[in-house]
Design a protein around this ligand. Structure first.
Ligand code: SAH
Ligand code: SF4
Ligand code: F3S
Length: 451
């Protein structure tokens, strides 16, 4: 009988992508994917970005082990991958004895070998196998070809970060910024498209800092054009962009390349210049607003989203108010917001002017209310639009489906569809987090002028 595995992924889209590639490499090695409560091996693909995210790992490992015990099953082999694995390495196995394998984000192409070695030693191998190397040769060169079929697919083009924002662990967990070669990216896009991907989202911690390693003239703008021309790719998205790496070609792509969706995730983190400087974000508010203006000039309907941190050390009420101001000035279509979480080893964690948890909580609430108001306003502006949605999943009621609009809104629609269908709808109602769409008959669709 083949051994079975389940992967539980936390954190960002890059972790989702990595989980898919780990699954593909385990399947290529003869393992079979199974539900978590039936799996011989459970891989936790972890996130280290905030304290809560990391703490979650230990309770989840404990829970999986006791669930197996309660069901009278053998203890599953536990592998920890992802950013907590990189940051804490062997410490993880000291703290959670149930952990058998620890593998970092740049070493997971070796996961099949580690699991085989672990299996060979069996119960005798009491100490966990740890591989948190950041090898020079890229994992991408040895991972098996993509085999996952999906209408919407992620594709990592760039990893790591050299920016060292004062609050962030990513430069330590993912290592230095490295770009994949253009040819490798295009080859992967072709495979994904030939397996049914209509939408590709290019991923990177600083996705728009990408340059072809063998030809620095080819920048992110060039890459967007090339991926967009892969046969079958109808929609192209990318995240996360850094304001400092925005280029004119990237802005123009939103006007000139029909496949590039009217959506831009451009995190600003905070609205006060003082806070941005303390965060080491390397730009001020005026610079950021200038970028937004440039995107809106070429693509007035573009949906702009951001990440925010409240309660960064030293943040005053006035600084926080400036964050509310920028939310209102930009008119975000959506945004993620977090309480600042001190991370060991980052400069901001050393500061003595940490903000009280209760103040952070209260600011987060006010910020989220401001974001929701802007999101609702954005969604209302799209009522009456005719657009295609890409069906992603079933809705709550029978016959109800949920698809994504070009602006990445979740659109609820009634009809007889399947996942992966591209469906023309008219947007008929708006909420802060979703839209209602009505299917267009072909005749009506023709009668409505394009906007
Ligand atoms: N590379 C991206 C962000 C990657 S991390 C960028 O530069 O924008 C994703 C988000 O997590 C960040 O945008 C930030 O808002 C949040 N984040 C990162 N470190 C954090 C911390 N220590 N506490 C709270 N939120 C944090
Ligand atoms: Fe973290 Fe800043 Fe790098 Fe983004 S740019 S990953 S926030 S260090
Ligand atoms: Fe988390 Fe690592 Fe992504 S810390 S946000 S999983 S890069």
């Amino acid at each position: 009988m083949n051994r079975t595995f389940a992967i539980k992924s936390y954190g960002c889209q890059m972790n989702v992508y990595d989980a898919e590639r780990m699954a593909e490499s385990l399947v290529a090695d003869g393992l079979v994917e199974a539900p978590e409560d039936a799996a011989d091996i459970i891989v936790f693909n972890t996130c280290h970005i905030r304290e809560k995210a990391a703490e979650k790992l230990y309770s989840e490992v404990g829970r999986s082990v006791s669930k197996a015990k309660d069901a009278g099953r053998r203890k599953p082999v536990i592998a920890v991958a992802g950013c907590v694995a990189q940051a804490e390495g062997a410490e993880i196995a000291n703290r959670a004895r149930a952990v058998n394998v620890v593998v970092g984000p740049q070493a997971y192409h070796r996961l099949p070998d580690l699991l085989r070695a672990q299996n060979a030693t069996g119960a005798a191998g009491k100490t966990a196998l740890v591989d948190t190397d950041m090898p020079k040769a890229s994992k991408f060169d040895v991972l098996p070809q993509r085999s996952r079929r999906a209408a919407s697919a992620f594709l990592t083009i760039q990893e790591g970060c050299d920016k060292f924002c004062a609050f962030c662990v990513v430069p330590y967990t993912r290592g230095a910024e490295t770009d994949r070669p253009m040819d490798a990216i295009l080859a992967e896009a072709q495979v994904l498209a030939s397996q049914g991907a209509l939408e590709i989202t290019l991923l990177g911690q600083n996705v728009n800092a990408w340059h072809d390693p063998s030809d620095k003239q080819r920048d992110f703008g060039t890459l967007l054009a090339r991926v967009a021309s892969v046969p079958g790719v109808q929609r192209l998205r990318y995240m996360t962009s850094h304001p400092r790496d925005v280029t004119e070609a990237m802005v123009r792509a939103h006007a000139d390349i029909p496949q590039v969706m009217p959506y831009l995730h451009l995190p600003v983190q905070a609205g006060a210049d003082r806070t941005l400087a303390a965060m080491n974000r390397r730009h001020d508010v005026a610079f950021y607003m200038g970028l937004i203006e440039r995107f809106r000039t070429v693509r007035p309907d573009i949906a702009i989203t951001s990440d925010f941190i409240v309660g960064f050390p030293g943040e005053t009420e006035e600084d926080f108010q400036a964050t509310i101001d920028i939310v209102e000035a930009v008119g975000y279509a959506q945004a993620f917001s977090f309480k600042y979480s001190p991370r060991l080893g980052t400069p901001a964690a050393e500061r003595t002017d940490q903000i009280d948890e209760a103040v952070k909580g209260e600011r987060l609430q006010r910020l989220q209310a401001a974001i929701a108001a802007q999101a609702l306003a954005f969604n209302r502006r799209t009522v009456g639009q005719i657009c295609d949605i890409l069906i992603e999943r079933r809705g709550r009621r029978p016959g109800q489906w949920i698809g994504k609009s070009p602006w990445l809104q979740s659109v609820v629609v009634d009809g007889d569809f399947a996942i992966g269908d591209m469906v023309a709808v008219e947007m008929v109602a708006a909420w802060a987090n979703s839209m209602e769409g009505r299917v267009m008959t072909p005749a009506k669709r023709q009668a409505v002028a394009a906007w």
